[in-house]
Design a protein around this ligand. Structure first.
Ligand code: BGC
Length: 398
C-alpha cells in the first residue's frame, strides 16, 4: 500500500511538472514568436493620430523645422517625451502600438488584426464618399505620348497646370477617382530634370483620372545617395498627410511613353518601367524591379518597406524583389509595348561594391531592416504648387 501511494504521488508530481512545462512553452511561443513574425510589420502606425508610445530607441526621428514660403504641411517635432503639452508640437513614432498591457493572447491577436484592417484602405472605403460617379477603370483617349526633353523653367510649368492643388495634389472634378496614389521621387542634384519631369507627369496622370500627389524627397548632405531609404521616408511622410492607397516609387529621369501604362493600385507589386529607350526597350533581367515600381500600402508594409542599408548605386531594388518573393508576391508587368519609358541623360554613379553581400542576407534579415528601423530627420517640408518637397537628413546616427 505504502509503495502504491508513493507511486501515485510521484505520478501526480510528474503530471504537475508536465503541466508547468506546457504552460511555459505556450508563454514562450506567443511571447516571442508572435513578436518576431511577419505580422509585426503591420503594426506600425504611420498616421497622425497614433498615440505616442515611446518605449525604445528604434523609432523614426522626424523633425520638421518648418517652413516659410508657400503653404506648409504639419508642424511637428519628434520628441522622446511622450507627454505632449504643446499643441503646436506633435509626436509620432513607427514602432508598434503599445500592446504591453495585453497579457491575453487572443486579445493580442485581435489587436493585430485591427491594426491590419485599419492600415489597409480598401476600395469599398473609398466608395463610401463619392457624390460624383466613379471614374472609368480605363479612361478614354489613352495611348502613346511623346516626351519633351528640352530644359524648361519651373515657373513656366507651374502656369500650365492651374488645376493642380498645392503640394502637387490632383483629382478630377468630373468623377471620383478609383485609386489614390502617392508618387514618391527620391531626389538630389537633379534641378534640370525636375521641371521636365513635372511637365510630363502632371498631364499624364490627370488623363488617367486617378487621385495623386507628387512627393519629391531630397537627401540633405553629402553622404552617398540612399534611394531606398528616401523612398521609405516618402512612404511615411506622404501617408502622414493623406491616406494614399498605393505608392509609385519613381526615378526622376524616367518618363512614361504611353498613357495606358496605368498608375493605378496593383493587385500584385507592379514593375512599371520594363521597357526603357536607353536599354533598347528590353528587360535587362527577369527579376528587375528598379526605375518605376508600384505597390499597395499592404504589399509595402508586409515586406517592411525597402532596406535602409543601400548607400550608393544599385541593389536596393533587387533587395525589394527578394522581400516580395519571400512574402509570396509575384511581379506583374504591363506589355512591353505599353511599359515604355524615355530616360533623361545623367551621369551614372559608381556602383556600391557592398550590394551583393547585402543581398545575400535579405531573406534572413528583412524583418529587421526597413520601415521598422527607419530613422530620419525632416528638415523642411514645402507644399509647392506642383509637388510637395521634403528635405530630409537620413544619415545614420552614430
Ligand atoms: C542593380 C540594380 C539595377 C539594375 C539595372 C543591377 O545590377 O543591382 O539596382 O536596377 O542593375 O541597372
Amino acid at each position: 500500500m505504502g509503495t502504491a501511494g508513493g507511486g501515485r504521488a510521484a505520478r501526480a508530481l510528474r503530471l504537475l511538472l508536465l503541466l508547468v512545462l506546457a504552460l511555459a512553452a505556450v508563454e514562450y511561443l506567443f511571447g516571442s514568436i508572435l513578436d518576431a513574425s511577419p505580422l509585426r510589420t503591420y503594426l506600425y502606425a504611420p498616421m497622425h493620430n497614433v498615440t505616442p508610445s515611446i518605449k525604445n530607441d528604434k523609432q523614426i526621428v522626424a523633425k520638421k523645422l518648418l517652413t516659410q514660403g508657400t503653404e506648409s504641411v504639419t508642424n511637428y517635432t519628434h520628441t522622446t517625451n511622450s507627454s505632449n503639452k504643446n499643441p503646436a508640437k506633435e509626436t509620432f513614432n513607427m514602432t508598434k502600438p503599445n500592446l504591453s498591457d495585453d497579457t491575453s493572447t487572443p486579445l493580442l491577436i485581435t489587436k493585430i488584426m485591427e491594426s491590419i484592417k485599419n492600415l489597409v484602405t480598401t476600395e469599398e472605403d473609398f466608395r463610401d464618399e463619392p457624390s460624383l460617379p466613379l471614374c472609368d477603370e480605363m479612361p478614354p483617349d489613352l495611348g502613346p505620348i511623346s516626351v519633351n526633353k528640352t530644359e524648361i523653367e519651373l515657373d513656366w510649368v507651374e502656369k500650365r497646370y492651374p488645376e493642380v492643388r498645392s503640394g502637387g495634389i490632383y483629382s478630377s472634378s468630373n468623377c471620383t477617382a478609383r485609386h489614390r496614389v502617392a508618387i514618391i521621387v527620391p531626389y538630389r542634384d537633379r534641378q534640370q530634370h525636375l521641371a521636365i519631369f513635372l511637365n510630363h507627369m502632371h498631364p499624364f496622370l490627370m488623363k488617367q483620372q486617378i487621385e495623386y500627389g507628387i512627393y519629391i524627397i531630397e537627401q540633405e548632405g553629402t553622404s552617398e545617395f540612399n534611394r531606398a531609404k528616401l523612398m521609405n521616408v516618402g512612404f511615411v511622410e506622404s501617408q502622414r498627410q493623406r491616406s494614399w492607397q498605393c505608392f509609385i516609387f519613381h526615378d526622376i529621369d524616367l518618363l512614361p511613353l504611353d498613357s495606358r501604362n496605368m498608375y493605378s493600385c496593383p493587385k500584385q507589386p507592379r514593375h512599371m518601367s520594363a521597357s526603357i529607350d536607353k536599354l533598347n526597350f528590353r528587360l535587362p533581367y527577369e527579376d528587375i524591379f528598379g526605375g518605376v515600381s508600384a505597390m499597395t500600402l499592404e504589399q509595402f508594409t508586409k515586406v517592411n518597406g525597402f532596406s535602409n542599408k543601400y548607400w550608393g548605386w544599385g541593389g536596393e531594388d533587387d533587395d525589394m524583389f527578394y522581400r516580395l518573393k519571400k512574402m509570396n508576391y509575384h511581379i506583374a508587368r504591363y506589355k512591353m509595348s505599353i511599359a515604355r519609358y524615355a530616360m533623361l541623360d545623367h551621369k551614372k554613379s559608381a556602383p556600391n561594391p557592398k550590394r551583393y553581400q547585402l543581398l545575400s542576407q535579405t531573406s534572413k534579415t528583412f524583418q529587421k531592416d526597413g520601415l521598422s528601423t527607419l530613422e530620419y530627420e525632416v528638415i523642411k517640408v514645402t507644399a509647392n504648387h506642383l509637388y510637395t518637397h521634403i528635405l530630409v537628413n537620413i544619415d545614420e546616427r552614430s
